[in-house]
Design a protein around this ligand. Sequence first.
Ligand code: FAD
Ligand code: NAG
Ligand code: NAG
Ligand code: NAG
Ligand code: NAG
Ligand code: NAG
Ligand code: NAG
Length: 485
Amino acid sequence: MISYLHIIYFFIVIIHVFSYHLPVSKCPEEDSLRKCLDQYYVKGPVHFRDNFVAYNKDLNKQFNKRIIIHFPVAFVHPIDVLDVQNTIKCAIKLTYPIVARSGGHSFEGYGLGDKDCYLIVDLVNLNKITIDITAQTAVVGTGNLIDKFYYEVNQLGFAFPAGSCPYVGVGGLIMGGGLGFLNRKFGLSSDNILDAQIVLANGTVVYNVKNYPELLWAIRGAGNAGYGIVTDLTLRIYPIQKVISSFYFEYDFDQIPLVFLLMHQLGSNLHQNLTTTIIINSNSTTIHGVYLGSTSKLQYHMKEFIKLSTPKNISYIENNWYNTIIGDQKESEDKASVKLKSFFIDSKGLSNEGFKSLMKFSRNFRCEIISTATLIGGGQINEIRRHETAFVHRGFLFEMTIIATLNSENNICLQELEKFSQEFQRNYTSYEGYQNIIDRQLDNWQCRYYGENFERLVEIKRKYDPYNLFHWNQSIPTNTKISCI
Ligand SMILES: Cc1cc2nc3c(=O)[nH]c(=O)nc-3n(C[C@H](O)[C@H](O)[C@H](O)COP(=O)(O)OP(=O)(O)OC[C@H]3O[C@@H](n4cnc5c(N)ncnc54)[C@H](O)[C@@H]3O)c2cc1C
Ligand SMILES: *[C@@H]1O[C@H](CO)[C@@H](O)[C@H](O)[C@H]1NC(C)=O
Ligand SMILES: *[C@@H]1O[C@H](CO)[C@@H](O)[C@H](O)[C@H]1NC(C)=O
Ligand SMILES: *[C@@H]1O[C@H](CO)[C@@H](O)[C@H](O)[C@H]1NC(C)=O
Ligand SMILES: *[C@@H]1O[C@H](CO)[C@@H](O)[C@H](O)[C@H]1NC(C)=O
Ligand SMILES: *[C@@H]1O[C@H](CO)[C@@H](O)[C@H](O)[C@H]1NC(C)=O
Ligand SMILES: *[C@@H]1O[C@H](CO)[C@@H](O)[C@H](O)[C@H]1NC(C)=O
């Protein structure tokens, strides 16, 4: 039945599509691709451009509104690993550029590739979660979002260290590191990858990546950078208390130097059950922390910090782990036009000039700006050496992120942010940046994201994807002249 509402919806969709200037022309070899996907019996839904409504819905899944959208030739939604394999076989046959998409939360929109006419393998239907409470492991389809994964493990009394945004994809986040409020206790998400299933660029399925130690090494930090399409991950999960604690300490803006100074002095010695983030707005600052234990114990661990910093407001909350991290965050609030910059701060901390410079910039910036400094020092991340996995950033005190939410002055904001970030990095922080806060403008990203591990990553790429089937602006290349040693 075509109701009145359907007709209105149809027009809204048309307006929406035109606002993207959907190209009417076909992609090269589009008809051959259709034929190929049929011949190989790909079972999951396939949405080409002429399937308007479904195609547009797929496009709209992208999180970052800042990105100029690229128009894929089609979205394939595999229902099993065989579908992924057959889709890759068609991409090989027709030399179609192909990328995986999990949650669509890449800050540079790489889940749509880096130009029009990519073939997108949207993993949304690979959403199984199998939990083994005896082995303390979970096998998680990479199409899951963090929200569902957290909810299911917490129902069985477990937790997993990853981010705090519910609608980010398991596929994109976990393999590129994965920082969050359990990092000091349980490390990075990628440190907890035990095994994986991946479809390689030659169409072969590797059911147990752990039998390929170099591939396992690569996906622990660079698994979202072009080694194949990972269909599930076997992860270490951790038993967790029924009730944990969190806190917010609020301060005036001019107390930022004191807060940083104290965090430099006391942060690395805080109990590993405690992970904190300093959040800097343009006119105030807050420390938000999560503690695995009761509020009274948390108060004990933060006693000295409170005494020396005298927050103007203190609040403690007890809840289960899922509610503490995810709470009532809603998907609709999740879409935004943003640009992010990431920095790692070494054990000396941010200098006096450093936070003064950040404060000045935060006050004067024309767009909305929030900076966060997540405590890593004294935690599990630093117990692993730089070359042990592809995630190189070890031994730092903080990971710092600047989040700019753009408005009508977005071009000026982007320019100012770019200039400030380059100087800020040069003057006050280490050379490195976090690959999951991916940034198209970042110079020498190869060394900043992967450090001295980059060359080995290139070698492994050459071995498993010699023709560079999985490629976009910031994927690992098959050869390089860049040396990061
Ligand atoms: C609102 C928000 C909050 C965030 N919070 C955190 C946080 O707390 N901690 C943190 O560490 N990071 C955080 N991030 C960053 C996040 O980790 C990255 O943006 C991540 O890459 C997003 O993953 P995705 O699957 O949603 O994105 P997608 O756009 O689907 O994928 C990102 C990249 O990974 C590749 N990829 C995805 N799935 C696969 C797969 N199965 N196999 C191979 N390659 C794959 C894609 O091709 C693409 O290049 C946040 C991002 C956003 C937007
Ligand atoms: C695909 O590549 C892998 C890894 O190099 C190799 O083990 C496998 O035999 C290859 N498969 C085919 C069909 O060539
Ligand atoms: C700054 O403070 C004012 C008033 O105290 C408040 O209304 C506003 O939301 C604050 N802005 C930010 C970015 O925190
Ligand atoms: C730290 O957390 C673990 C695991 O959640 C718990 O067993 C332990 O009692 C906690 N220790 C303290 C000091 O809170
Ligand atoms: C302190 O924080 C709590 C929780 O966020 C809030 O409800 C309360 O109004 C705050 N008090 C003051 C004085 O700002
Ligand atoms: C970096 O240092 C230079 C030289 O000391 C100074 O001019 C510049 O303002 C600094 N930049 C920032 C962002 O602090
Ligand atoms: C990204 O790659 C595309 C080609 O795939 C190219 O046209 C574009 O200029 C590149 N962008 C940047 C910023 O390097």
